[in-house]
Each structure stands twice: as C-alpha cells, then as structure tokens.
Ligand binder design. Structure first.
Ligand code: IPM
Ligand code: MG
Length: 369
C-alpha cells in the first residue's frame, strides 16, 4: 500500500471549516484506493502567532519539512485585528512568504474554470462565457516585489519614504516559463504572456528570456498581452485564454479577477510547486467576516486536494473524479451562499453539506486503477 504524509495547516478564519470538508474527501479517497494518508495537523497563521508567538512556528516547520505534501488553508485577520500583530509577524509576511521561500514553490497554478452549464454563477453574460471558461494562470510565486529588497524610513528631505524592489534573475524567469510552456504544450498550445514591458524593465528581461525558452517549444504559439489589457480581456472575452503566465504581483491581482469572473473566489483552488516540495491552498483569503458560520464554499479547498492528488501522489483519475463530484453537486442545483443568491434558482446549502454531497457523489463513482 502506498502511504503519504500530509501537513495540514488549517489556517485562520474560514480555514478550519473548509479544511474539515477537504479531509472528508481525503478519507474517502483512502477508503476507495490502496493508499494511506498520514495527516499531520500544524498551527500556521494568526492562530499560530497567538499560541506560539510565531505565525510559522518551528514545530510547524518540522512537520512541513518531513511531510510529502502540504495542504494549507487561508490565513490572515481582518484589517483591524491585524494590528494586534507586529507588521513583520503578521501571517502573510511572517508565515506565508517564508513557507513559499523555504520550499521554493515558484510555480503557482491557478485554474479558472466554469463549465457552460454553470454560466449562471458568473457575473458575465452567457454569450461571453460561450462554451465555458477553462484557463490556467501560471503565477511566479517566489520573486518580484514580494521578495525584493524593502527599505522604509525617512529620506533626506525628512519625508517618510519607502522603497520596494521588483527583482528577478534570468534563472527564476526561465524556470517558471518552462512550467508554463510545458502546460501549454499539454493543453491548447497557446501561451498568453502577461507583461508590462512598456514601463517595467523586469518585463523587458522577462520577455527576452521568454524568447529564448520558446525555442524549446516550437509547437506553442505565444501571444503577448500587457497586464492592464489582460484585465479588460478577462472580462470581455475570457474564453480566448488557455494558459497565461505572469510574474508574482500580476498573478496575485489577475487571479482574484479570475475568481470574480467565475462568480466567487470560493471557486479558486491552487497548486504551489517547487522542485522538491509542493503545497496546495485556496487562492483566496480567510474571510473572517463569514468564519464559523458554516456558509463558506469548500470548493477551493477540495479542489486543492484534487490538485494534490494529481501533482504530488500521481492519482490523476481520482483527481478527475473529485472535480467531477464537485461539479455534480453544482449541476444538481446546490451551492453555498456565495453562489446561491436569492432568485438564482440555486438551493443554498452549508459548508458541511457541500462536503457531504461531494463525498456522496464521489462514493458513487467507480474507481479506475
Ligand atoms: C494569494 C494571497 C497571498 C498573496 C496573500 C495572503 C499574501 O492573496 O495567494 O493570492 O498575495 O500571494
Ligand atoms: Mg491573492
């Protein structure tokens, strides 16, 4: 029997409740397959700061170091509560970025997917959605403004001043572009390169390196789009995109827009892959305003499990089954509050019921081994 250990970092806000549903799915996968998952829960985020004085405590680092993969819930507090934690210890800077850096998870895959029959979830018109939205944003995750040098202080004129650098070297750019080209090559063989080379020198280097990497993938057509134009096109004509690649900050912003065109950030799972280790997380925040109310959508967390099955455990068929099971729950006319507004014809169910229905659907599907 195969056995994998998974560090489970439930995080803050809605993290614990959506993680609970993801674990139900993992348990069923164990039942259906010749596989054992050793779940290693560990504190991460604001909850860890309040318990241990550190949002990414050593005990959690040790667990993550030895785990085969990491399943991570959203972290963070609302604007006011964040002030209870010193700036550099806040969960985003004190835990998430160190996690990304520690495991060099440079390749972040964010699928933005809405089948045609779920077009009613989207704020876009059905004619814009056409046959459905199905694209993947590939975001560089350990470089750029997020990790560049930061200086804050008072300048010579006596004014408070800040400087943050957008840094990349050619190796960092190359490695993410290879990932994007490989994915494009497996899909529709079109890669949209998102950049801002009319202003940023970082984009000029990025595009130069892209030209070199592209030689290895003659089958892939490259289309260059400025990031601001890409934001518009995502609304006007999202179905023209298949694989989009971009640097860290552009990816942060456009991937939330991806959630917007689907109708909910709750539909945004992600995989963060390094060469040695991978972790999986929803693309969205911890939504403290709805935490503990059993109304959050666990799709992003269960989808992150599907991405883990595929990328870390080579269980592609079960991964597909998990996606199909989740789509099946929607197709039956159920969803959590984010996607079941009054008059939408969608029946509202709780976080736990959504998880139960996914489990029920998956249980009914044959196992392909
Ligand atoms: C994301 C999130 C993080 C990011 C935050 C929580 C630091 O918004 O994964 O998109 O900006 O990368
Ligand atoms: Mg973000």
């Amino acid at each position: 029997m195969k056995s994998f250990s998974i560090a489970v970092l439930a995080g803050d806000g809605i993290g614990p409740e959506i993680t609970r549903e993801a674990i139900k799915v993992l348990e069923l996968i164990e039942e259906r397959n010749d596989v054992k998952f050793e779940l290693l829960p560990a504190a991460f985020g604001a909850c860890a700061y309040f318990e241990f004085g550190d949002a990414f405590p050593q005990s959690t680092i040790d667990i993550c170091d030895r785990a085969d993969a990491i399943l991570k819930g959203p972290i963070g507090l609302n604007h006011e509560d964040s002030k209870r934690i010193p700036i550099d210890k806040q969960p985003e800077r004190g835990a998430l970025l160190p996690l990304r850096r520690r495991y060099n998870t440079y390749a972040n895959f964010r699928p933005v997917s809405l089948p045609k029959d779920l077009a009613h979830f989207s704020p876009l018109k059905p004619e814009v959605i056409g046959e459905g939205i199905d694209l993947v944003m590939v975001r560089e995750l350990v470089g750029g403004l997020y990790f560049g040098e930061k200086i804050a202080g008072v300048n010579e004129a006596g004014l408070r001043y800040v400087k943050e650098s957008l840094e990349y070297d050619e190796n960092q750019i190359q490695q993410i572009l290879h990932q994007a080209f490989k994915l494009a090559s497996k899909r529709k063989k079109v890669l949209h390169n998102i950049h801002k080379s009319n202003v940023l020198k970082s984009s000029v280097l990025w595009n130069e390196v892209l030209g070199e990497v592209a030689v290895d993938y003659p089958e892939v057509e490259v289309i260059h789009i400025l990031v601001d134009a890409a934001a518009t096109l995502l609304c006007l004509n999202p179905t023209q995109f298949d694989v989009m690649v971009m640097e860290n900050m552009f990816g942060d912003i456009l991937s939330d827009q991806g959630g917007g065109i689907l109708g909910s950030l709750g539909l945004m799972p992600s995989a963060c892959l390094g060469d040695e280790k991978a972790y999986y997380e929803p693309s969205h925040g911890s939504a403290p305003d709805i935490a503990g109310k059993n109304i959050a959508n666990p799709y992003s967390m269960i989808g992150s499990v599907a991405m883990m099955l595929e990328n870390s455990f080579a269980m592609e068929e079960e991964a597909k089954n998990v996606w199909t099971a989740m789509q099946g729950v929607f197709a039956d006319g159920y969803s959590t509050a984010d996607l079941s507004k009054p008059g939408s014809g969608v029946q509202m169910i709780g976080t736990d019921e959504f998880g139960d229905k996914v489990v029920e659907k998956l249980r009914a599907m044959p196992v392909v081994s």
